[in-house]
Write a protein that binds this ligand. Structure first.
Ligand code: SF4
Length: 376
């Protein structure tokens, strides 16, 4: 819920639930929970343990054809083939960077397009996921924000991005995977489905991704932060901060006109952290806008109000279409700010966005594909 005293001129729409996917007539097992699979097998006249076998095939082995489920009886497989789809989001376009990261456009069953990013590391893969088609938050630096909100993704569609990317890149079952909700959409505006996907993805019979490997990043939707804190287990929390004064932050992130920096800090102070858990602060450095030493001192003061770590993200000038006059910071200034923060006892790292040569802020590939093939 949005507070009653929303200031004049502030966006009103985050209180409204985002539109949902219209349910298709034929069931799709891809993305079903164990409970849903139990209902499915029961409707097919089968015993409940078959549901767990299907769940394991879907999420641990990541099989994409009913013919691969050889532990099931031939009879059950035939029933599944004739009456139940097994259709994950389809990768319809990819852009691969020289650093190995790949941005993918996924087509959902209703034709809507969203993006995900696969970043390979020596010992793991990190996947950046979308939570909505478009976004209601309207951050001025973001291509997705310019689309407005079209609909929520379902838990199945969110988990489906993970399965599709792991299969596409040929990761064997058991590969350590980190998930970050930093793609299209504000995950706190679709928390029910995000948590549904989280439950699917950390289930020990499936992908078994530990909760601490999942991070939900918010633009600052305080009611969502409060709700996330009530789940157990739950993902880790990150805040896309990007401004150290209300004046500046409200200009680029309209959500700040409703919940300002002080309201945000209070919500983060009240967030029930586990032992040793830290809240990540993402801070994009824009030359002349967010990279002054004064910004650094204000950032330090904000970060000290709760257990945190800071990611400084030098602006990526290749994000054509969203840069709107923004420039990357000087290398010297990045070093100065990093030292300023660590000298105050804060944990700080400088994150260079990967895939700079494949360009594109979050949302650009999807916007392009949507323009070419508008969803019905
Ligand atoms: S930055 Fe995130 S929250 Fe802001 S408009 Fe883009 S997708 Fe939405």
């Amino acid at each position: 819920m949005q507070p009653k005293d929303v200031p004049a001129g502030a966006p009103q729409r985050w209180d409204d639930p985002a539109p949902e996917l219209e349910t298709a007539a034929r069931p799709n097992a891809a993305g079903m929970s164990r409970d849903q699979l139990r209902e499915l097998v029961s409707a097919l006249g089968e015993k409940p343990f078959r549901a767990d076998q299907i769940f394991e095939g879907l999420y641990h082995h990541r099989w994409t054809q009913w013919s691969a489920f050889t532990q099931l009886s031939k009879d059950l497989r035939a029933k599944l083939v004739s009456s139940v789809d097994l259709q994950w989001p389809e990768i319809v376009e990819s852009a691969v960077s020289s650093d190995g990261s790949a941005k993918h456009a996924f087509r959902m069953r209703d034709g809507r397009i969203v993006e995900g990013v696969h970043m390979p590391y020596e010992d793991r893969a990190t996947l950046c996921l979308s939570s909505q088609v478009g976004c209601a938050m309207g951050c001025t630096f973001c291509a997705t924000g310019k689309m407005g909100i079209l609909r929520n993704l379902t838990a199945a569609e969110i988990a489906g991005q993970v399965i599709a990317m792991l299969n596409h890149h040929g990761h064997p079952p058991g590969t350590p995977v980190n998930l970050v909700f930093m793609g299209m959409g504000e995950p706190m505006h679709n928390l029910a489905h995000v948590m549904g996907a989280f439950d699917l993805l950390h289930d020990p019979l499936g992908l078994a991704i530990p909760p601490w490997r999942v991070t939900v990043s918010t633009s600052g939707l305080v009611t969502g932060i409060q709700r996330l804190g009530t789940f157990k287990p739950r993902p880790r929390l990150a805040l896309s901060l990007n401004g150290t004064t209300d004046e500046h932050r409200s200009r680029i992130m309209p959500v700040n006109r409703v919940w300002n920096l002080d309201a945000l800090a209070q919500a983060l102070q009240a967030f029930p952290l586990e032992h040793d858990e830290l809240i990540t602060l993402e801070y994009v450095l824009l030359k002349g806008l967010t990279d002054s030493l004064e910004d650094g001192r204000r950032l330090a003061a904000f970060a000290k109000r709760f257990p945190s770590k800071i990611n400084l993200i030098p602006f990526n000038p290749h994000e054509a279409g969203t840069s709107d006059g923004f420039e990357p910071p000087e290398e010297l200034r990045i070093g100065q700010l990093s030292r300023l923060l660590s000298n105050q006892g804060l944990i700080v790292s400088v994150r260079r966005s990967r895939g700079q040569d494949i360009a594109g802020a979050c949302g650009q590939l999807a916007r392009k594909r949507s323009a070419e093939n508008p969803a019905k």
